[in-house]
Design a protein. Sequence first.
Length: 175
Amino acid sequence: MFFRGRQPETSIWRRFRAGADGFTFIKEEDYYAAHIVANAERIVDLFHVLTSHLPPAVDVSITDARTKRVWKGENVALPDVREAIARMKVPLAASGGVEFAVYSPEDQITLNPQLELFIYARTDRWLYILQGKGLQEERALRSKSWKFRSSEFPPAPELVDAVATAAGRLGLTPE
């Protein structure tokens, strides 16, 4: 038997998607924008890895779509932020529903509640970083067929606790 017990229904449709991991990269008037799509585990791992390319102190914003709670902080030590992301990887990839933005004056990396990554930057350096991570640049990406409104995310008490704990450890203030 392949499955023992009941599998969480959210894990199947969020983990797997058709097609290769890819990204779009466009130049707007004042900035460059990248949109990255892959399976849930890869996206959360990429979010963690890509933050290593940010400066030593960053600003952070976390929004929990389930509880409608928002935390923000300025000049947070990047190693602390990366540790918080690493601790949340498993529940975040399994459940989604959290917007986590890490930014500096030059760059912003955002994981949205649907587990897609967005990067906004003043230079095109992210194009080369993303290619170096084995992602394929595409003209357009197929949008995820599932998009939840914040009220539709299924309960995820482990993730809600992990987000609140991370916000506390990072010294973020509730909005």
